[in-house]
Design a protein around this ligand. Sequence first.
Ligand code: EPU
Length: 338
Amino acid sequence: MEVNKDISLKTYNTFGIDAKAKFFVEVNSLNDLKSALQLKGYPEKFILSGGSNMLITNDLNALVLHINLKGKEVVSENDDTVRLKVLAGENWHQMVLYTLERNYGGLENMSLIPGNTGTAPIQNIGAYGVELKDTFVSCEAMHIETQTLKTFSKEECRFGYRDSFFKNEGKGRYVIVSVTFELTKRNHKKNTSYGAIEAELEKKGITDPTIKDISNAVIAIRQSKLPDPKVLGNSGSFFKNPVISAEAYRKFSQQHPDAPSYKVSEEAYKIPAGWLIEQCGFKGKKFGDAGVHKNQALVLVNYGNASGDEILNLAYKIIEEVDHRFGIRISPEVNIIK
Ligand code: EPU
């Protein structure tokens, strides 16, 4: 295991921010991970995986551990279901395609989400009516201080909307090394309730979709709305959709009868941040090399050489404007690295 110096992280984060890591190691095995975590005489350690949910605003005076653990393994199965253990460094979408090739159901709605499998539980990724937690069984994580492995059950992960234990009490304490999913082999629980999926299937004349059809529909929708990070740097949704009280929602919907919303519970409603941002006139706007995507206002983009700070300043501007206009404070979904 080699420690490299002054490595550009431009190709390691989907925003394409050209920040440098003071020290950098490639982690290819659990032994590498253990050894890297035990290295002494370096600044703080920083865990980097797919780099798809972070905005780096400075050079990192850190020892960056790039998690490159690869492998997939069926750990148990019966006629109906299969448990698949996937190592953290496996690319999420490639892994989803692998499950679909074997007709394993459950992940199809989350096709084409950027990033790696090991970071998916941290924010309980989700799309088109399905969240990671729906097929999640457990994950294994290495404790950074003691280098011991612990298995976390679904309950212990405390999943919420774009939220988990690893974003709260567990933050900075563990490196997820594998995730185990339970997927269906037959009688798939297909979820096509999301309007855009229904419309896409109808367009193709599909009435009884396979899980592969659903995946293809999701891919088509995402490609039409969301920029490909390889072409235009971005981190998916930059903000979370805000949840407001029923009381606040009543006033809001009176003032904005056209606004889309989802009822979360009797007491809470979710408002799409993309709509709020678009109403403030930011959609498609460019500020230097930082911008708001033209097809989905929730996504901030790097047109080439934006610094992390330029993107962050745009995010602050948007937060203030949305607050000023609607009295709703939106907050970032991506991790801001300062
Ligand atoms: N909308 C606008 N203007 C915009 C964007 C959206 O008016 O610029 C409106 C849409 O017309 C629609 C509503 O907002 O009525 C919701 O839009 P959309 O279906 O695109 O979903 P979203 O709430 O903006 C969330 C996730 C996405 C996920 C989609 C589909 C969050 C923060 N984002 O976006 O996740 O793909 O639903 O399930 O929850 C990600 O996390 O990186 C991500 C892309």
